[in-house]
Design a protein around this ligand. Structure first.
Ligand code: ADP
Ligand code: MG
Length: 258
């Protein structure tokens, strides 16, 4: 059975998608067969590989509402990397499911049920949405582990603690086997005293609560901010070395996932 890891945080712009596609790139480089499940209607996973998410015949939305099979909706993005894509259609999931409770008796079970027969992947990476709605619930019910990107900024400890408490709650009520893999600091600027201070605070909290905070941080970088726009590939799949690629490789080692 494939190892399933979700990248989740209820905030946008904290590098969920960047982590998803770059870790997928590293798995593929290590000879693993990866499926990325795009759980966000922005369709940024496909965009990261230069694919327009509006061109797919069926997407995760069709699969979850039962009008398409996962295997028919999955497309190949790169050698060793497939995606179950998402686009704007995913916005309708909540409405469709909540207005048809007779058909969808277990609303948090839709993703898990529709992907249960998939075979042939070593790892499934699920890229989460920037909220804690129905899709996020489906992801947390489907996944084995959650990796949480954490952007150190004012008040961000407060939202990290809320997110971690939410996961504990979710584990108690819905998915008893859900594990927090760890927290990874993203968009870090080491020159900023505030970042250092918040990271210290975060380290203390994680230590006290037996949560892994990785030593590797993903730095804020110009390449990261503009990379997708002209390369059409995650930085870990680009030939030339740079500090961002090095950071992802170090994180991959530290995650010890391979
Ligand atoms: P999320 O999925 O959490 O919304 P993304 O991975 O899409 O976050 O990243 C948010 C934005 O940050 C994107 O526009 C992306 O191009 C940019 N970005 C990615 N990596 C970096 C980086 N290392 N430094 C600065 N900006 C980055
Ligand atoms: Mg995203």
């Amino acid at each position: 059975m494939a190892n399933i890891i979700a990248i989740a945080n209820n905030k946008g712009g904290v590098l969920k998608t960047s982590l998803s596609v770059n870790l997928a790139g590293l798995f593929a480089t290590h000879g693993k067969k990866v499926l990325i499940v795009d759980g966000d209607n922005q369709g940024n996973v496909s965009l990261s590989f230069g694919e327009n998410p509006d061109t797919f015949e069926s997407t995760i939305y069709d699969v979850m509402i039962g009008s398409a099979e996962a295997k028919d909706s999955i497309v190949n993005l790169y050698e060793g990397i497939d995606v179950l894509p998402a686009n704007d259609d995913l916005q309708f999931l909540e409405f469709d499911v909540l207005t048809n409770r007779n058909k969808y008796k277990k609303p948090f079970q839709l993703l898990k049920d529709s992907l249960s027969s998939l075979k042939g992947y070593d790892v499934i990476i699920v890229d989460g949405p920037p909220n804690l709605g129905l899709m996020a619930g489906n992801i947390l019910n489907f996944t084995h582990e959650v990796l949480i990107p954490f952007q150190p900024e004012k008040y961000s400890m407060r939202s990290l603690v809320k997110m971690l408490n939410f996961i504990v709650d979710f584990r108690e009520k819905i998915n008893p086997s859900l594990q927090v893999k760890g927290v990874v600091a993203t968009l870090v600027d080491r020159r900023t005293a505030l970042h250092d201070q918040i990271l210290k605070e975060c380290r203390k909290y994680c230590l006290l609560n037996h949560i892994t905070l990785y030593d590797t941080v993903i730095p804020r970088s110009i390449r990261g901010a503009s990379g997708v726009a002209y390369e059409n590939l995650p930085v870990t799949l680009i030939q030339n070395q740079n500090s961002l690629k090095t950071a992802y490789s170090q994180l991959f080692e530290e995650l010890n996932l391979s």
